[in-house]
Design a protein around this ligand. Structure first.
Ligand code: FAD
Length: 635
């Protein structure tokens, strides 16, 4: 079947966390978009823990939101439990983490896609990518349907060639018993794309009624009203809690006794697993001196008795899992409803992509999410919205959106993927970001919402609300810079009580706020503002004032990096004609074809002296009127 009804501007394959964001962005930008999924009841399925956020991941969720995406809204609408993390570690790494209702989260995305104009949803398995003369033309499905579009976005998650392992048992499957997609990989290989194999895993789910909750440490939601989305309704969350238990020496003995039946340790699983989310058997083997690991028991849905066991990922045999679970305090009678498992799947090494997530091999083909070697809903969502936006810009012949490393965690994520690639599931970490103080949870709107607005992803109402908030922030900043606090008995008593030294002379409020012990709340007690101020605004103002020096320093570093970012390396640059490059560097540069000198510098193995040599060669070529472009790098 091939007809005009099946012609689209953009086709998205996979309605997971990346696919939904991509399809929503493209259709909201006015393109006729088709979203194909194996099964419509698993759209935006939270295959692992139904939690959103945490360090770096929470930053990504806020960035998706600021660009006009759905993830933070879906989170706010379905949160069961929420907390601030890293509150004592400074503003750069402070972020929210929410435990969501898995079913409600899926329904939220499904509805958002169903009501979205220009977006067409269909349940079909894509088996072939249709490519002609190196250009994507569309896709073919298991039913023989051909869908046509100049841009195709692949977001197939862990489903391509999915194979599940539990002890010595293994079978083809997607996550949580979903069917795998078995044919598409072959077609991608035929199109000239390189594929690889990765693995990830998850924990057993146990029945809530079989846990002795009273014996465990309780962790409730933070007491204050919270929200993830910049435009969300702040709410207080009660009624659901997370609980802490720990592995014991007995647990570790059971694990060691069963390693000979572990697919991870017997070499049955070939794919590399996530370093930052290892299985419990990995932890026991890698850290033999550690006698206990923390395990959080967390609800998965309002209407479900299933409990997720955070930090207890395993693919050991089912009988061993039962014993392991029952060796944990509070879980002596626990009934496993679903066993833990490992899953191996095909991915496309992301160095095959341009920085705007389009394939270097097949024009008009974009990839986002776990297919690019990442792990996580937030990583997937961030790539998804960028792929959706860029597919639209590509179709319109407009310049792509490439976020800089100094502009967004999403920029760091994409740059790491396309420049360095990944041979294990890539997870976003705050340590991957060199400008953490600039990329905060609290300023995602100021960094990215103007872009979302320009692209048509933020409507008038939300834009007006942001303008109001930014104005209030500027006003408060100005007020504190101008306002003078005079010494006095009450003032000095309050300062002393906060552990700060008393003042002898009048001092500007902003100067006082720069003291580490002085909070905005204390300042408001010393000198109340004329009107009450929302704490998100006062918090953001306090960060700007307190960290002004550090922020300025990072901005200077960004300026230095931007200079290298502006030195372009032409796509056909002849690295063989540059004498003096290390041969490893030459090889990698030829393979990766970085777009800028800065990107070349981020390729592992390319040294500062290689960069210097390259820069000299570029300059020489530029003076001769050769193929180099971009600006000169001043010393
Ligand atoms: C076992 C397991 C453990 C995980 N552990 C963690 C964790 O600890 N922390 C964390 O942050 N993340 C974890 N994740 C990862 C998280 O689930 C994924 O990173 C995230 O879902 C990836 O989003 P995605 O959009 O790329 O793909 P997915 O959410 O997997 O969605 C892919 C979609 O594509 C569809 N699809 C695939 N192939 C086709 C086709 N040929 N035709 C039509 N439709 C197709 C599928 O139906 C699916 O809806 C885990 C995932 C699994 C499976």
């Amino acid at each position: 079947m091939k007809n005009d009804e099946n012609k689209f501007d953009i086709i998205v394959v996979g309605a997971g966390h990346a696919g939904c964001e991509a399809a929503l962005a493209a259709s909201r930008m006015g393109e006729k978009t088709l979203l194909l999924n194996l099964y419509l009841d698993n759209m935006a399925l939270m295959a692992c823990n139904p939690s959103i956020g945490g360090p770096a991941k929470g930053h990504l969720t806020r960035e998706i939101d600021a660009l006009g995406g759905e993830q933070a809204r879906a989170t706010d609408a379905t949160t069961l439990h929420i907390r601030w993390l890293n509150t004592s570690k400074g503003p750069a790494v402070r972020t929210l983490r929410a435990q969501c209702d898995l079913g409600a989260y899926h329904r939220w995305y499904k509805k958002a896609c169903e009501v979205q104009p220009n977006l067409y949803l269909r349940q079909e398995q894509v088996t072939d990518l249709w490519v002609e003369k190196g250009r994507a033309r569309g896709v073919r499905t298991q039913l023989g349907t051909v869908y046509e579009a100049p841009c195709v976005i692949l977001t197939t998650g862990t489903y391509l060639g999915g194979k599940v392992f539990i002890g010595t048992a293994s079978f083809p499957s997607g996550p949580l018993g979903q069917m795998a997609a078995t044919e598409l990989t072959m077609s991608l290989k035929e199109a000239g794309l390189e594929t690889g194999r990765l693995k990830t895993g998850t924990t057993p789910r146990i029945h809530a009624k079989t846990v002795d909750w009273k014996s465990l440490d309780l962790q409730e939601s933070d007491p204050e009203p919270l929200r993830f989305s910049h435009w969300g309704q702040k709410k207080r969350y009660e009624g659901f809690a997370c609980y802490l238990t720990r592995s014991t020496e007995e647990t570790h003995d059971i694990i060691r006794a069963n390693l000979d039946r572990s697919p991870l340790f017997t070499g049955v699983i070939k794919g590399v697993g996530p370093r930052y989310c290892p299985s419990i058997e990995d932890k026991v083997v890698r850290f033999p001196d550690k006698t206990s690991h923390m395990i959080f028991l967390e609800p998965v849905a309002r209407e479900s008795a299933e409990i997720y066991m955070q930090n207890f990922t395993t693919s050991l045999p089912f009988d061993a899992q039962v014993k392991m679970v029952r060796s944990l305090p509070g879980c002596g009678r626990a009934w496993i409803m679903r066993p833990g498992y490992a899953i191996e799947y095909d991915y496309l090494p992301p160095t095959q992509l341009h920085p705007w997530l389009e394939s270097k091999i097949v024009e008009g083909l974009f990839c986002a999410g776990q297919i690019n070697g990442t792990s996580g809903y937030e990583e997937a969502g961030a790539q998804g919205i960028l792929a959706g936006i860029n597919a639209v810009l590509r179709r319109r012949g407009e310049a792509p959106l490439v976020l800089e490393r100094s502009q967004a965690y999403a920029g760091v994520l994409v740059d790491d993927l396309v420049t360095r690639g990944t041979e294990e599931p890539y997870r976003m970490l705050t340590s991957r970001c060199e400008f953490r103080l600039l990329l905060r949870h609290d300023n995602a709107d100021r960094r990215l919402a103007p872009i979302g607005r320009r692209l048509g992803l933020i409507d008038d109402e939300r834009w007006v609300e942001l303008q109001r908030r930014w104005k209030a922030m500027e006003d408060e900043l100005k007020r504190l810079e101008e306002r003078v606090i005079h010494p006095g008995e009450k003032t000095n008593a309050l300062l002393t009580a906060a552990g700060s030294s008393p003042i002898k002379e009048p001092v500007k409020a902003a100067e006082l706020l720069r003291r580490p012990e002085v909070t905005w709340d204390l300042l408001a007690e010393l000198d109340p503002p004329p009107e009450p101020i929302d704490e998100e605004i006062s918090g953001a103002v306090a960060v700007k004032i307190k960290y002004k020096g550090y922020i300025e320093r990072q901005k200077n570093q960004v300026e230095r990096m931007n200079k290298m970012e502006r030195v372009l390396l032409p796509p056909g640059f002849d690295y063989d004609s540059v004498p003096g490059l290390l041969s490893e560097s030459r090889q990698k540069l030829k393979k990766m074809r970085p777009a800028t000198l800065a990107q070349a510098g981020r390729i592992s193995g390319v040294t500062p002296s290689d960069l210097q040599i390259l820069w000299v060669a570029l300059e020489r070529s530029r003076r001769k009127g050769g193929n180099s472009s971009g600006e000169t790098l001043e010393e």
